[in-house]
Design a binder for this molecule. Structure first.
Ligand code: UDP
Length: 463
């Protein structure tokens, strides 16, 4: 049968918002370049997704595998260990079934781009003789740290008594607070530790290594890691409208696990003066303690700036009583928003963030200064880079109990919105915005890498 496409690529993502967004965006790029693309996620997640028009995701076909929790997903598992153990058992079996079914279909699969969280995908791909490319959804700096942990090349757990530690390949030494949390507290969550460090378990066998970052952002570590594997930076994977508009009508990622308050947010922002609003969000999974939530709330209230605060429904019970009514003149609290549209809005002056990698990349790509309040996983490392390498913001200092107090929130906001640090952060953020745009534009560092990757896949399919 004659092919109507250059190759068929499965893009297999771990089922969370922060993993689907960049991988779906990459899938859209591959489709734009003439590949047939199928996005694969879990049954449960597909049933939960809110798919939106106004994105080019409709060009990407959808298929599912099972994580063993088809009815309730992660929330139905008794622990992270239980979830991952079952997923790691059922996932490869159902991926095998999917590939068997597709191999006798009109479009057999030629390549799997799989989430680095799920290294077993490569073993399945190899059984079918399929090209396997691993996709890292975190920064290369974070990947490099996990690699050193995996190889036993660093002392674990990292502790506050260790002072500064220099990991080969990183731009600067790190202290314990700057390391991914799984490496500091080995006892609390084995499954998560195994998953993040296990990303490197079979990377040597992958045909290609893709990272959602751009070369100019972390050149030292990319150069260092590229000596080990055919590693290519392909980011920032954000919708084309915010970069060079190459993908027409690509205004949003196109999937949401939560229901957006789109119109309310945009209407409110449209009424605010330029650079006057603090946008606050802790992403799709972080949970603040009740005390932290309260301090943040009062910090926002006493600050001179207006604010837009995303508090997911599951977190809403921690907002102090009467707060929402009390601040209705200066703030809006919503359960989920169109984050890219918000960050791109001229009213937004800074972003209080948990430093999830997507939020970090989005803010860098849209020129927004940051107040970093990292919670766990890779966020501390991202916060360190934001403050000391990219210099696009501040890190809010917690007290001895790990709580960022309201006065600190208020002081940091005024520094960023009105002070010299804010001006410098904004200048640097605007510089990164241009660099991000050029990286993804025709001939840019990431765009060239994507072309090279596609050429490699096509060569593999048609030797
Ligand atoms: N996001 C969104 N609306 C919100 C909050 C977040 O669309 O109200 C998106 C955000 O643009 C980003 C993703 O959700 O792409 C969150 O990913 P990130 O890596 O920042 O954090 P995670 O959720 O993985 O902790």
């Amino acid at each position: 049968m004659e092919r109507t496409h250059k190759a068929h690529c499965l893009v297999l993502t771990y089922p969370t918002q922060g993993h689907i967004n960049p991988m779906l965006q990459f899938a859209k790029f591959l489709h734009h370049k003439g590949l047939k693309v199928t996005l694969v996620t879990t049954h449960f997640l597909l049933n939960t997704l809110q798919l939106h028009a106004g994105s080019s995701s409709c060009n990407v076909a959808l298929e599912t595998i099972s994580d063993g929790y088809d009815e309730g997903g992660y929330a139905a598992a008794e622990s992270a260990d239980a979830y991952l153990n079952r997923f790691w058992e059922i996932g490869p079996l159902t991926l095998t079934k999917l590939l068997e079914r597709m191999s006798s279909s009109e479009y057999p699969v030629d390549c799997i781009v799989y989430d680095a969280f799920m290294p077993w995908s490569l073993d399945v791909a190899k059984k079918f003789g399929i090209f396997g490319a691993v996709f890292f959804t975190q920064s290369c700096a974070v990947g490099n740290i996990y690699y050193h942990a995996h190889k036993g090349l660093m002392k674990l757990p990292v502790s506050g008594d260790d002072g500064e530690i220099l990991i080969p390949g990183l731009q600067l030494p790190l202290e314990a607070v700057d390391f991914p949390s799984s490496l500091c507290d080995l006892g609390s969550n084995h499954a998560v530790y195994d998953m993040v460090v296990g990303q490197f378990s079979n990377v040597d066998e992958a045909d290609w290594v893709l990272c959602n970052t751009f070369y100019e952002l972390e050149p030292e570590v990319v150069d260092w890691m590229s000596k080990l594997w055919p590693l290519k930076t392909i980011g920032p994977t954000i919708p084309s409208m915010y970069l060079d508009n190459r993908l027409k009508e690509d205004k949003g990622y196109g999937v949401n696990l939560f229901k957006q308050n789109h119109d309310a947010c945009m209407k409110w922002l449209n009424e605010q003066p330029k650079d006057s609003v603090v946008y606050v969000s802790f992403g799709s999974g972080s949970e603040l303690g009740a005390e932290q939530m309260e301090e943040l709330a009062w910090g926002l209230r006493i600050s001179r700036s207006n604010f837009l605060w995303v508090v997911r429904e599951s977190e809403a019970g921690k907002i102090p009583e009467g707060f929402v009514e009390e601040i209705s003149e200066k703030g809006l609290v919503v359960s989920w928003c169109p984050q890219l549209e918000v960050l791109a809005h001229e009213a937004v002056g800074c972003f209080i963030t948990h430093c999830g990698w997507n939020s970090t990349l989005e803010a860098l790509s849209l020129g927004v200064p940051l107040l970093a309040m990292p919670q766990w996983t890779d966020q501390g490392t991202n916060a360190k880079y934001i403050m000391d390498v990219w210099k696009t913001g501040l890190r809010a200092l917690p007290d001895e109990n790990g709580i960022v107090k309201k006065d600190v929130v208020e002081l940091c906001i005024s520094e960023l919105m009105e002070g010299e640090i804010g001006k410098e952060s904004r200048r640097n953020a605007m510089k990164w915005k241009e660099v991000a745009r050029s990286a993804m534009a025709e001939g840019g560092s990431s765009a060239k890498n994507i072309d090279e990757f596609i050429a490699k896949v096509v060569e593999y399919v048609q030797p």
